[in-house]
Design a protein. Sequence first.
Length: 122
Amino acid sequence: MLTDSLFHIISSDHQENVINAVLEMDTTNEIFEGHFPGQPVLPGACMVQLIKEVLEKNLSTTLKLEKADNLKFMSLIDPQKNNLLLLEINYTIDERQVKAAASLIAEDVICFKFQGIFIKKN
């Protein structure tokens, strides 16, 4: 949904239940025109969605967010100042669900922390 429109995966490393991905945001994406005009920031819903999409790509499955236990917005992500992001995901997986803890980092600053559960759809 957002991959290749709002962001591109520049690189991804996946080892032993840990995914580290470098993402580049498309600073010209129309979402930034409405969120917010003159002061663009990456919307929180998009942050959760990009975690989901990076998990899906690395796990080769389709996921649905079941529960977001803990969301912490620690710093705004201004695409004009920080269009490269590091996404770190630690997860556990079983036959039905994926439990994930993730951080979104811009220039060594943790901007967003997430803990939640995704359900496998296939």
